[in-house]
Design a binder for this molecule. Structure first.
Ligand SMILES: C[S@@+](CC[C@H](N)C(=O)[O-])C[C@H]1O[C@@H](n2cnc3c(N)ncnc32)[C@H](O)[C@@H]1O
Length: 455
């Protein structure tokens, strides 16, 4: 039977965060002059289209953010950079871009995109011609590949069919011969961006077997053609990037492959003008498991322990790591009554369901909000006086309990000495399978907000 979600007292939240103009806890949300942050818009945008990222946001949103909040050359930070939408846009517009990212594959994608203007499009196109010629020769001659699949990468169903695997390994043999590091990196990124398409897996939106969602396995696929087409598109974008990037002599944007929580104190205090970011949502989306093929096949990860290390570093960690713990406490920095109440409501749900009941989800949420506290501390360290942070975040529904993550983040920011100017809602319905374990049909609406915070 459908159940009304237990919502924390919204008036109490509004009273707690109210700073004119008030964050609209009552539902009177404004679009705020931002275009839809959904990543889909990046699928056709030069350079952004190099690597899809399921939880990325659109270049248009970043353009709007920069146009409104970085009118002079600025230092722009993304503490949770993903595949670099903020960094690429900020760098193109002439700002100093700095990002943190724990996932080495996402960090690699960001770094290659930020370096696009250094690549030689002509050399890239020559390499594509050689690649295609190599493919034609080795495929017809039945050559045995020298490359091998990553030994630590295990899957329930073979990731590639025998025919596809043969072609993939031959393609990697060719990439291995490329002497110019950036040309090689661009080919590797093309492989990473397409590798799941010709595998027996797909994103639904988590990585799973095609067969499990009624799709056929991939027996054969024109791997060389797919890769050549992808790199050809990237060569066009290299030219575009070089022609478009403001003040070409400037240093490149920087990407630091470490947790923001460990690294932010290495930035000079008060040195950042604008933060544009989207931390992981409270939806248990597993960035690291979902990029296992990329992490293993590109050599960023060789054992499950390395993957586990990334899980522990992840903002909020994961429900799987919290479900067996006794009650996780909220830290003093975040322990506001509305947050306590929401977590208590989740904890009280389904006690008979053991690790699948409310306690595990409440633990995960408590860790998540504790990390919101660390994030706020990081913002306070990095932002200059009157600097701005625009934080894109989606709400959650846990075990049928509505959790307004955006409002809670605003509350935590306010409690810890930052000003909350507004909560904008450029996208008021979010689709997807993010209602984690709510088990309650129709238990509320998912939306996405931009929390505007000032130092
Ligand atoms: C919502 S995604 C960001 C997507 C990004 N805006 C884009 O458009 O590509 C959140 C990212 O935060 C990263 N992340 C999680 N915990 C982190 C941490 N402690 N420090 C830095 N990055 C982290 C995840 O790996 C993920 O790529």
């Amino acid at each position: 039977m459908a159940e009304t979600p237990a919502a924390p007292d919204r008036d109490a939240i509004a009273a707690a965060i109210a700073t004119p103009p008030a964050a609209p806890a009552s539902g009177a949300r404004e679009q705020g002059g931002f275009r839809d942050p959904a990543f889909t818009a990046n699928r056709n945008a030069p350079v952004h289209r190099w690597a899809p990222w399921i939880a990325g946001y659109s270049k248009h949103f970043v353009e709007d953010a920069l146009a409104r909040h970085a009118t002079a050359p600025s230092v722009v930070l993304d503490p949770f950079a993903g595949v670099g939408a903020t960094l690429v846009e900020a760098d193109l517009a002439g700002h100093e871009a700095i990002g943190f990212e724990i996932n080495p594959y996402a960090a690699f994608a960001s770094r290659v995109k930020l370096q696009a203007h250094h690549a030689d499009a002509r050399a890239l196109r020559c390499a594509i011609d050689d690649f295609e010629a190599f493919g034609r020769t080795v495929e017809s001659a039945g050559v045995a590949p020298r490359s091998a699949p990553p030994s630590g990468f295990r899957t329930r169903t073979p990731f590639y069919s025998a025919k596809v695997l043969h072609k993939v390994l031959l393609a990697l043999d060719f990439i291995d011969t490329l002497a110019e590091p950036l040309v090689r990196d661009i080919f590797m990124l093309a492989f990473a961006a397409t590798m799941v398409d010709y595998s027996n897996y797909s994103y639904e939106p988590s990585l799973g077997r095609k067969a499990a969602v009624g799709r056929p396995n991939v027996v054969d696929s024109p791997v060389f053609d797919t890769l050549a087409a992808k790199v050809r598109q990237m060569a066009d974008d290299v030219e575009w990037h070089r022609a478009t990037r403001a003040q070409p002599e400037r240093p490149d944007g920087r990407l630091l492959v470490e947790s923001f929580f460990d690294g932010y104190r290495n930035l000079p205090a008060g040195s950042v003008d604008l933060i544009v970011t989207s931390p992981p949502y409270l939806n248990n989306y597993h960035y690291n498991r979902n990029t296992r093929p990329h992490l293993y096949w590109l050599g960023f990860c060789t054992t499950p322990d390395e993957l586990k290390r990334l899980e522990d570093l992840n903002f909020g960690a994961y429900w799987q790591n919290a479900r067996e713990l006794d009650a996780v406490e909220l830290s003093p920095a975040v322990s506001a009554p509305p947050i306590q109440e929401a977590i208590a409501a989740v904890r009280a749900k389904n006690p008979d369901r053991g690790i699948y009941g409310g306690n595990g989800w409440a633990n995960y949420a408590a860790r998540y909000f504790n990390d919101c506290g660390r994030f706020v501390e990081g913002m306070r360290w990095c932002l200059r006086k009157d600097g701005t942070a625009l934080v894109v975040v989606g709400n959650s529904i846990l075990q049928g309990v509505s959790v307004p993550t955006d409002e809670f983040l605003a509350l935590i920011a306010k409690r810890n000495g930052l000003r909350v100017a507004a909560i904008h809602t450029p996208r008021d319905t979010r689709v997807g399978s993010s209602i984690v374990n709510s088990r309650v049909p129709g238990s509320g609406r998912l939306y996405e907000s931009v929390v505007e915070i000032h130092a």
